[in-house]
Ligand binder design. Structure first.
Ligand SMILES: Nc1ncnc2c1ncn2[C@@H]1O[C@H](COP(=O)(O)OP(=O)(O)OP(=O)(O)O)[C@@H](O)[C@H]1O
Ligand SMILES: [Mg+2]
Length: 170
């Protein structure tokens, strides 16, 4: 921060994260986005999957997991287990559903710290509060007609890996 005179303060411009908006007209489109993210994923990545109940977070995660672990892989929703792990040739995947998390500290017990050495897919990331890793891709799913809309917000370097018209996030 730069101080000018006595009372005026100039704040540095807020970091504008690159963002990409995609129409997902059906399940297959959500799955295709999952596969695309899976193809670009690297060890150490965190993908935060935001969206209301039924927005398509697990559909996307499942397709991503199958892209890396094989199409026959069963990828159940971690609704009750809170986490499911997968060892794939490229990296380990930790798929969290934190809807039922009681407090952020519980995520550490589930292995959040080990997860960030692999690929962490996190449904209901808002449950982590300040424990949500800062370097992450946010996938914000919302309802649009009979389909979904995905807004990708890049708080890492995903915009250099995924083709598309990334505009600064408003
Ligand atoms: N683009 C899409 N258009 C229409 N339906 C979709 C789309 N993507 C996913 N769905 C459907 O939405 C339903 C809910 O999906 P899913 O279970 O993935 O949601 P979720 O966000 O994980 O929900 P929860 O918060 O309960 O875990 C499924 O029936 C799925 O097939
Ligand atoms: Mg789900």
């Amino acid at each position: 921060m730069t101080h000018i005179g006595l009372n005026r303060t100039v704040k540095p411009a807020a970091m504008a994260h690159p963002a990409l908006t995609l129409d997902l007209p059906d399940d297959a489109a959500t799955a295709a986005l999952g596969a695309r993210l899976g193809a670009a994923a690297r060890p150490g990545d965190v993908i935060a999957l935001y969206g209301d109940l039924g927005a398509g977070k697990t559909t996307l995660a499942r397709a991503l997991i199958r892209h890396l672990a094989g199409p026959e892989t069963e990828a159940p929703s971690p609704t009750f287990t809170l986490v499911q792990t997968y060892q794939t040739p490229a990296l380990a995947i930790w798929h969290f559903d934190l809807y039922r998390l009681e407090h952020p500290g519980e995520a550490r017990e589930l292995g959040l710290e080990e997860a960030v050495d692999g690929l962490a897919l996190i449904e209901w990331p808002e449950r982590l509060g300040r424990d949500l890793p800062a370097a992450r891709l946010e996938v914000r799913l919302s309802f649009g007609g009979s389909g979904r809309i995905a807004r990708l917000v890049d708080c890492d370097d995903w915009s250099t890996r995924i083709d598309g018209d990334w505009r600064p996030h408003q």
